[in-house]
Design a protein around this ligand. Structure first.
Ligand SMILES: [Zn+2]
Ligand SMILES: [Zn+2]
Length: 170
């Protein structure tokens, strides 16, 4: 997602941008055409610009248990310093820094925006908290049907007892 430096300098209050995942360089999170709403505000600090914003989107991804659709609403915040050169006095903490030479007009915010989405992704995504998953025997989606396969469930709680029984037998 590219913005002209000149446009950034003329913000009067926060502005809303509607782009797609594709526009910020994301092709591997469901449909690249998924809308991302970005609210962006600009503050001038001397020659530097501080870009602060939030973004939100609703990703449609795949459930890790049943392989069905799982929606994932995402909300995140970002802050990016736009500077012309890296200086030792820059103390921006955890914020991102984008170096933009004075001759360059285009500011590409894709990197920081992409990061803001990726850090919000969970380790494991489920379509619903109690997704029943697929039957390991026949592959049926157990959320929609019970397949009748007899699967012997191994209960962790009995593992100790089983070990003792084994010992007694030996
Ligand atoms: Zn599921
Ligand atoms: Zn089954």
């Amino acid at each position: 997602m590219k913005i002209l430096r000149g446009d950034l300098q003329h913000f009067e209050g926060p502005q809303v941008f509607r782009v797609t995942l594709f526009d910020i360089g994301i092709n591997d999170l469901g449909n690249p055409g998924t809308e991302v709403e970005i609210q962006l505000d600009v503050h001038q600090h001397g020659d530097d610009l501080l870009l602060q914003g939030t973004l939100q989107t609703d990703l449609i991804l795949t459930c890790d248990r049943c392989l069905g659709k799982a929606s994932l609403p995402i909300q995140g915040a970002f802050a990016v310093w736009l500077v012309s050169t890296l200086r030792p006095d820059l103390q921006t903490g955890a914020d991102d820094i984008l170096v933009l030479p004075p001759t360059q007009q285009e500011v590409d915010l894709s990197g920081p925006l992409m990061e803001t989405i990726y850090v919000e992704l969970p380790q494991k995504l489920l379509c619903q908290d109690d997704c029943k998953g697929l039957c390991p025997t026949c592959g049926a989606d157990l959320n929609n049907q019970s397949c009748g396969c007899v699967t012997e469930e191994f209960d962790e709680r009995w593992a100790g007892l089983k070990a003792i029984k084994q010992k007694l037998r030996e």
